[in-house]
Design a binder for this molecule. Structure first.
Ligand SMILES: *[C@@H]1O[C@H](CO)[C@@H](O)[C@H](O)[C@H]1NC(C)=O
Ligand SMILES: *[C@@H]1O[C@H](CO)[C@@H](O)[C@H](O)[C@H]1NC(C)=O
Ligand SMILES: *[C@@H]1O[C@H](CO)[C@@H](O)[C@H](O)[C@H]1NC(C)=O
Ligand SMILES: *[C@@H]1O[C@H](CO)[C@@H](O)[C@H](O)[C@H]1NC(C)=O
Ligand SMILES: *[C@@H]1O[C@H](CO)[C@@H](O)[C@H](O)[C@H]1NC(C)=O
Ligand SMILES: *[C@@H]1O[C@H](CO)[C@@H](O)[C@H](O)[C@H]1NC(C)=O
Ligand SMILES: *[C@@H]1O[C@H](CO)[C@@H](O)[C@H](O)[C@H]1NC(C)=O
Ligand SMILES: *[C@@H]1O[C@H](CO)[C@@H](O)[C@H](O)[C@H]1NC(C)=O
Ligand SMILES: *[C@@H]1O[C@H](CO)[C@@H](O)[C@H](O)[C@H]1NC(C)=O
Ligand SMILES: *[C@@H]1O[C@H](CO)[C@@H](O)[C@H](O)[C@H]1NC(C)=O
Length: 537
């Protein structure tokens, strides 16, 4: 079955860029729900998120709007799952892609296999990376009888769930009932009686071999540079290393947990995990002007809790403010200053920054399904304040990567502040000043840059407002915000570039930035080689 599916494709996707974790660490990812990002014909039909059905977005639509993504400074695109899903359930259709029915068939809802390959090629032609979202833990199955049997089981037509197709290839039915029992989490089922999610028997060697072959083929067929993996904690830990090896590209796992020790324990099983523990604290810090900043400051670096220790903090996590599973940040607060502060954090800290489509347009949908708005309804306007904010954030991170070979490996560190409404995060050459005082704050928050953080008399530029701050003869300075509530990202003016990026008019450096940039890339190549060796042992 897998075979005929693969042979049926005529067009070849450009090959994957064989991207490793070290390669990905330099990147910034824009996350797309294919059905909601762009229509093929550039029309603008209605999309009622509450209907939980297809709105018509497609891979061709993404191809046509790669300029929009790239112009914000992103150099990697994560798309929602591509396989055929279950439709017409009690919770609507599988427009989001997370309800697999047949993982050997690409969903025709989003276009043809050739369209998907053309998307891969178009992404690679721009030097961008292509990340595919995949679900390995479960399928979705509409019960054939909504009354449970005497054994309390739902009946399914397992022959629909391909390529497996028999009950024996799934775990015995039981819904997860105890999240403190890891066996229960791994072997019982997600979902509920309206839409059970049949849990693949990943203890079965033949099933495991099928999944490993599947990922190897899908990566090759569609030129995938990295995979985002759904529900990683629902499969036994030691399943993942062989799966990652079969994928042969960067694997980024979703471990939905507030517990950094628990989430960090999956680093190594997959290459990196989404920094969910910090996400909870990030939202809690900025969703309100009374938010808990110290919880974010005390949030442990996930990577430092990896079982083998932090070989390189930058490579092991990915940071985000929004995604398709959580309410949009603007649904918690309409204060634009709070939103700008929260949006800043993923770009100035350790890990690979991710932005979820639509945040830049100020979308404010609540929990699923309201957080999957159609982007075409925004008109893809580029003169929006959060588009400009995203552009500044990606630009200053690129300058920092170019300006300091050690920027990515950091680690970032918090510098404690006297003002309780502020945070200071230093990941040199960047120093970021955050506050949750809000747009309507009645006083100007203050931050103190400690002596010695920068060389004496260094001219720094806030890359968000393009304003200068000069540190004193001891390399410290007191900064007071000019505009209440806005974040600042400081970088030495000597690291700006007259040729472009953030605040080019304030650049003071010559060509040294470019020289250091080459050193940074060389440093990463060494790091990549080291990680490559580690992967072999
Ligand atoms: C849609 O818009 C994009 C970007 O403006 C353009 O490249 C493409 O040709 C358009 N497609 C159609 C079918 O009009
Ligand atoms: C949403 O569903 C309702 C009821 O099925 C339908 O009348 C309406 O046209 C749908 N709206 C959109 C925008 O598709
Ligand atoms: C549904 O399941 C119930 C309980 O097992 C059984 O009595 C009934 O006949 C089934 N209905 C159909 C249509 O299969
Ligand atoms: C943990 O869950 C498994 C699977 O549901 C179950 O068999 C086992 O009894 C549970 N263990 C405990 C200690 O509850
Ligand atoms: C990984 O694959 C190898 C080769 O097939 C096998 O010997 C090994 O047991 C697998 N490891 C795990 C943890 O499944
Ligand atoms: C966090 O996870 C670790 C590792 O799984 C576990 O030992 C610890 O009890 C968890 N902490 C909490 C508060 O649940
Ligand atoms: C902000 O987040 C915290 C922590 O999750 C929560 O307790 C609080 O209710 C949230 N406040 C708002 C306004 O959403
Ligand atoms: C803020 O978070 C810290 C954890 O870092 C906790 O100790 C403290 O109690 C929290 N404060 C409030 C007001 O919830
Ligand atoms: C570069 O980054 C390293 C690691 O964070 C730091 O120790 C060093 O001071 C930074 N140098 C500059 C010039 O920013
Ligand atoms: C910093 O600037 C002050 C005032 O211009 C000057 O006196 C001092 O020598 C400078 N320090 C260094 C280390 O350049």
């Amino acid at each position: 079955m897998l075979h005929s599916f693969l042979l049926s494709s005529l067009l070849l996707a450009s090959p994957a860029l064989a991207a490793t974790a070290a390669d990905w660490s330099t990147r910034m990812i824009y996350q797309v729900v294919t059905d909601r990002f762009a229509l093929s014909d550039n029309s603008s039909s209605a999309c009622d998120t509450s209907n939980r059905t297809y709105c018509g977005g497609s891979w061709v639509g993404i191809i046509n709007h790669l300029d929009y993504i790239q112009n914000m400074g992103f150099d990697a695109v994560w798309i929602s799952p591509i396989v055929e899903n279950v439709d017409g359930t009690g919770y609507g259709d599988g427009y989001h892609g997370y309800w697999s029915r047949d993982i050997d068939t690409v969903s025709t809802r989003f276009g043809s296999t050739d369209d998907l390959k053309a998307l891969s090629t178009a992404i690679h032609e721009r030097g961008m990376y292509f990340m595919l979202d995949i679900v390995i833990n479960h399928f979705a199955g509409v019960p054939t009888n909504d009354t449970v049997s005497q054994d309390n089981l739902f009946t399914f037509d397992y022959s629909e769930l391909l390529p497996f197709g028999t009950e024996a290839e799934f775990h015995t039915q039981c819904f997860i009932s105890d999240y403190t029992n890891q066996t229960n989490v791994e072997q019982c089922w997600l979902g509920d009686k309206v839409l059970p999610l049949p849990d693949i028997d990943t203890e079965d060697d033949a099933v495991v071999a099928t999944l490993n072959a599947w990922i190897k083929n899908i990566v090759a067929e569609y030129g995938i540079d990295g995979v985002r993996i759904d529900t990683v904690k629902h499969i036994r830990h030691d399943f993942w290393s062989n799966f990652t090896a079969s994928a042969g590209v960067f694997t980024l796992g979703e471990v939905l947990s507030e517990n950094a020790t628990y989430a960090g324990s999956y680093i190594g099983a997959v290459d990196a995990v989404l920094d969910y523990p910090s996400w909870y604290n990030l939202v809690g810090a900025f969703n309100d002007s009374l938010g808990n900043l110290s919880a974010l400051e005390n949030s442990p670096a996930l990577a430092s809790l990896a079982p083998d220790g932090p070989s390189s903090i930058a490579l092991l996590t990915a940071t985000f403010l929004e995604n398709h599973d959580q309410p949009r940040f603007a649904s918690y607060t309409s204060d634009s200053a709070l939103t700008k502060n929260a949006m800043t954090w993923p770009f100035v800290t350790d890990g690979i920054p991710i932005m979820y489509y639509g945040q830049e347009q100020g979308y404010a949908g609540g929990a699923d399904p309201y957080n999957r708005e159609a982007l075409w309804l925004s008109g893809y306007m580029t003169d929006k304040p959060l588009v400009a904010h995203a552009q500044s954030l990606t630009a200053v991170r690129k300058l920092a990567i170019a300006g300091n070979a050690s920027f990515l490996t950091g680690p970032a560190r918090w510098i404690s502040q006297a003002d309780p409404s502020t945070l200071m995060l230093s990941k040199l050459p960047l120093t970021t000043l955050l506050t949750n005082i809000g747009t309507m704050g009645t006083r100007a928050p203050t931050w103190s840059i400690p002596a010695g953080l920068y060389a004496p008399n260094t001219t720094l530029v806030d890359a968000l407002a393009c304003k200068t701050v000069t540190v004193d003869g001891q390399g410290g300075a007191t900064v007071v915000t000019a505009e209440a509530g806005l974040p600042q990202v400081l970088i030495p003016a000597s690291m700006l570039s007259k040729a472009g990026g953030a605040c080019p008019a304030l650049a003071t450096g010559g060509s040294s930035g470019a020289r250091q940039g080459r050193r940074a890339v060389a440093g990463l190549a060494v790091l990549g080689a080291v990680l490559g060796v580690l992967a072999l042992v």
